[in-house]
Structure formats: structure tokens, C-alpha cells
Design a binder for this molecule. Structure first.
Ligand code: NI
Length: 205
């Protein structure tokens, strides 16, 4: 039994390493890592951050206390996956309805702080949903937020995209009113499925 337990405990660790490290590229679709991680890994998602919102105001994870949070990492120059996922985030909130959506803070955190200034973020998030908070920061602040959420992001040269693009993991995280992890949605899940999870979780509390 001892051996089995040790083995079982090794699995999540290995997955965490694969999730965080360059090996994640093997599960990458070229630009976005979209394979849903194991629940054991996902439950380690979350933590403190200090960032700047689209109005230039400093915010921390504590500013969202009391609200559920729907968190997505990406960047505004992303040609396909990010805008599609943010549209889906907005659709899920609309499907869930005002009563549920009013208790959720949708948050978009950039993995490209160099180009995604507060002003750029402000224009961008407004295209999707009025309640989305767009967060940027210094390279260090963004790196810390990425580490907390186990987000993989890596710059790659691309002359077509203003010099570079950013490969990154593309999951949506549902966090609780104290910032605790609740659920993770992969790119394959649609707005209706996400809305169902939001309704179930938020109505139950
Ligand atoms: Ni993207």
C-alpha cells in the first residue's frame, strides 16, 4: 500500500512540472496549450497578485474578495484563441443572467505587459463585456500572477505580429469569493457549459 500511495502522490507533481515547464509545448497546438490539466494540478491554481487595471489603478486579488472570479490569461494582439475565449466568457455571463453574473468578477490578465498598457487593455476588454477587468503590470508582477495560476507563456518571434507573438496556456478559471480554486474550463468547453457551472456554483452559495 505504501508504494501505491507514493506512486499516486508522484503523479500530480509530475503533471505540475509538465504543466509549468517547456515540456508543456508538447501539448501545445502551436499557440495555445488547451488540453485540460488534471484536477490535482488545477486545484493548486490561484494566489496573490498585485497588478494595474485598465484605468491605471493598482489592484490586488483582495480587491475582488466577496466575488467569484472568472479569470483568463492572454494578450490583446492574439489573433484567434484569446478573442474567441473572451467572447465565450461574455456569452457565459450573459447566459447565466444578471443575478449570477452580478456576483462574478470577470478578469482578463495579459501575458504581454510590454504591449498591453492600461489604455490598450481598456479598449480591448470593452469590446467584450462591460464588467471585465483588464489587468496588466510590470514584467515581475505579471510573472508572479502567471506563476500563481500555473500559466505557461513564452514569447516567440513572429514578424507578422509586430515582432513577436506569445504562446500561452488558454484556460478559464473559476475562483471563489476568497480567491479559492473552484473549476477550470478548457478551450473546448462552450459558453453554455461554462454558464451551467457558474449557475450551479453561485446559486449553491
Ligand atoms: Ni491567445
Amino acid at each position: 500500500m505504501k508504494t501505491k500511495h507514493a506512486f499516486l502522490r508522484l503523479i500530480p507533481l509530475t503533471m505540475v512540472l509538465a504543466f509549468l515547464g517547456p515540456a508543456a509545448a508538447t501539448a501545445h497546438d502551436g499557440k495555445h496549450e488547451t488540453v485540460k490539466p488534471a484536477a490535482a494540478t488545477a486545484s493548486m491554481v490561484g494566489g496573490a497578485f498585485t497588478l494595474t487595471d485598465q484605468n491605471g489603478k493598482a489592484v490586488t486579488d483582495k480587491d475582488f474578495d466577496g466575488k467569484y472570479r472568472l479569470v483568463y490569461f492572454g494578450f490583446t494582439s492574439c489573433p484567434d484563441i484569446c478573442p474567441g475565449d473572451l467572447r465565450k466568457m461574455a456569452d457565459a455571463l450573459n447566459i447565466a443572467g444578471d443575478k449570477i453574473a452580478g456576483r462574478i468578477a470577470p478578469i482578463f490578465i495579459t501575458v504581454d505587459p510590454q504591449r498591453d498598457t492600461p489604455a490598450v487593455m481598456k479598449d480591448y476588454v470593452a469590446q467584450f463585456h462591460p464588467s471585465i477587468t483588464g489587468l496588466t503590470g510590470t514584467d515581475k508582477q505579471i510573472a508572479e500572477a502567471q506563476a500563481a495560476y500555473k500559466v505557461y507563456a513564452s514569447k516567440a518571434q513572429d514578424p507578422k505580429m509586430n515582432g513577436y507573438t506569445v504562446d500561452h496556456s488558454a484556460y478559464m478559471y473559476l475562483m471563489g469569493p476568497k480567491g479559492e480554486f473552484i473549476d477550470i474550463f478548457s478551450h473546448d468547453e462552450n459558453a453554455g457549459q461554462i454558464a451551467e457551472s457558474l449557475k450551479k456554483t453561485v446559486s449553491a452559495s
